[in-house]
Write a protein that binds this ligand. Structure first.
Ligand code: ARG
Length: 567
């Protein structure tokens, strides 16, 4: 559509008086929903102010004087709009050809000019189960990184493990008291979790335990060998578990580091804060007073000398700017940490780091499980692996029912299960809270991952049956009735939707687009006979089908959902 908007702009500009020529007509042009209103519409209301004539008169004047370029079929003036009807054959041919030629680059752009953007996502806490909120961060972050790459940015995927803090002092103390080597080997994370739970239970009765935990964290921060060795093991065992999850999710990182990496940098942060006169003492703790900024004080060091989450985030941000010189940095973290990030960015600004304004908290809502739909191994905690297993299992039983002859059911089931979860995670505006319901997300109908995958498989099967398409599309691309034309317009929207999704950092825009495109295809498929249509309609329809398939695959690949060929 953009190229047609440009053609319109170029043809209209010479018709305007010189003082109106600075106007960017292209950005004013709209694409009407209603096909009867044409394919492009220029509202003449802005021009009306400039030219001191009524919009109606301007539209009529332009309609009368415009020399139709070959791509346009007709123009008309309707209620202050100049409506343009495209020549549908030209449009269809050029669009379908473009999509098929660009292939998996259709929708991509160089808009980012290679700008480095750090996308920090996933960031689970070691020695704890990888939770559903970390899954959300992982899926959103991986998708945003793909969107950024697709639009010409240079994303740097960073995983900031929660691997430092007082809780590890407690864990060390708990392990020394009750830990079992064999259990740690067998089920590292559940064992560590149970130790942590036990520590809190026993500490409720015996306050000295808390002090013991704090003392162990202090030793850890000072490099005590026993504490360090235990911590190292917990970290490695946790990472091994997380790696399995990342492999299942097909997610990878450019850097996996964690809060523990910034010991030296934290000292420098404190020095800088002191030099800038920002650090004050409050109840023996070191804080930055943020009253002037409407925020509670930022705690930098506790009275027992321990550093904090915020201290580590300050150090990490500064170190990343030094190491990567990023243009932007996105933190894909739940909305419940809003205050933390406000404090972080404010303190960075107070330290004089201009790039603080290039840091953004990309927040998201919570996921709740619908009552009774998920059994948990350990009290209230939901293990992500169980969720993935269960999804694959359910997908498997659906496939067994619908298509028992399918080859390689195992792989398909895994990808459908994963696709269901991914789509669920990405389908709504990220700030919304979601309720996870197994039946709903795995349904082959409605707005779901399996619906997209099923549509893709259906479409590929049509193309498979059709055999190879001619290299050269026929000149007479007969895709001109309204049903076909609206699908074409939908295809043409894809690059703009990609752009919008990146600007708003909203994967849901792509998810919604994929659904409407799939619906469009299914409507068309129910309406038209593809395979036994007479030529040249048959080739035209099949070429359209191939273009839809390509665009759907591009959208699915941005979402991280496997485009399945048979299911
Ligand atoms: N590990 C943290 C948590 O699970 C998330 C870390 C987010 N990133 C950051 N730079 N603070 O809550």
């Amino acid at each position: 559509m953009d190229s047609f908007k440009k053609i319109l702009h170029d043809h209209l500009l010479p018709l305007l008086p010189p003082d109106a020529r600075s106007l960017d007509l292209q950005s004013l042009v709209e694409v009407p929903e209603d096909l009867s209103l044409g394919d492009l519409a220029l509202p003449c209301f802005r021009l009306s102010k400039l030219l001191r004539r009524s919009p109606m008169a301007i539209a009529e004047d332009l309609a009368a004087r415009l020399v139709l370029p070959p791509a346009f079929r007709r123009v008309e003036a309707v209620k202050g709009y100049l409506n343009v009807h495209l020549d549908r054959r030209t449009y269809a041919r050029s669009l379908v050809q473009t999509i098929l030629e660009l292939g998996d680059r259709y929708g991509a752009s160089e808009f980012g000019h290679g700008a480095k953007v750090i996308v920090e996502f996933s960031s689970p806490n070691i020695a704890k189960p990888f939770g559903i909120n970390h899954l959300r961060s992982t899926n959103l972050g991986a998708c945003l990184a793909r969107l950024l790459a697709f639009t010409g940015h240079h994303p740097i995927r960073l995983n900031h493990l929660g691997d430092w803090g007082t809780q590890f002092g407690k864990l060390i103390s708990a392990f020394r008291r009750w830990g079992l080597e064999t259990e740690l080997e067998r089920l590292p994370i559940p064992h560590l979790l149970s130790l942590y739970v036990r520590f809190h239970q026993e500490a409720a009765a015996d306050a000295s335990l808390e002090d013991e935990g704090r003392a162990w964290f202090a030793r850890l921060e000072q490099g005590n060998p026993e504490a360090t060795a235990l911590w190292q093991r917990f970290r490695e065992l946790s990472l091994a578990e997380f790696s399995k999850i990342y492999a299942r999710l097909h997610v990878s990182f450019d850097e996996i580091s964690g809060e523990s990496a910034y010991g030296q940098d934290m000292l420098e942060v404190e020095q800088a804060l002191t030099q800038a006169g920002l650090l004050s003492e409050s109840q023996e703790a070191h804080v930055v007073d943020l009253t002037d900024h409407g925020l509670p004080p930022a705690l930098i060091r506790k009275k027992d000398g321990a550093t904090l989450y915020l201290t580590r985030d300050l150090a990490a941000a500064i170190s990343r700017q030094r190491r990567y010189e990023f243009r932007r940095m996105l933190y894909i973290v739940g909305a419940e940490q809003k205050l933390h990030f406000s404090q972080l960015f404010t303190v960075l600004r107070l330290l004089g780091h201009d790039w603080a304004s290039a840091c953004e908290h990309v927040d998201f809502g919570l996921i709740r499980f619908k009552e009774g739909t998920m059994s948990t191994r350990e009290g209230k905690v939901i293990f992500l692996e169980d969720v993935l297993d269960r999804a694959a299992e359910l997908a498997r039983s659906i496939i067994e029912e619908r298509n028992p002859e399918l080859p390689d059911k195992e792989t398909v089931a895994r990808e459908v299960g994963l696709g269901a979860i991914l789509f669920f995670d990405l389908h709504a505006k990220r700030i919304k809270d979601l309720v996870f319901d197994w039946t709903e997300i795995l349904s082959f109908e409605g707005e779901t991952g399996p619906y997209l995958q099923y549509t893709h498989a259906r479409l590929t099967s049509v193309l498979r049956k059709a055999g190879t398409l001619p290299e050269q599309l026929p000149d007479l691309l007969e895709l001109t009735d309204d049903a076909e034309f609206s699908v074409l317009r939908r295809l043409a929207e894809f690059p703009e939707q990609v752009q919008r999704a990146v600007e708003k950092l909203e994967p849901s825009i792509i998810a919604k687009y994929a659904i409407v495109l799939a619906q469009d295809f299914n409507t068309l498929y129910n309406l038209k006979r593809f395979l036994d249509a007479p030529e040249p309609s048959r080739t035209a329809l099949l070429a359209l089908c191939a273009a839809i398939g390509q665009t759907l695959r591009n959208a699915l690949s941005l979402l991280g959902i496997a485009a399945i060929e048979r299911m």
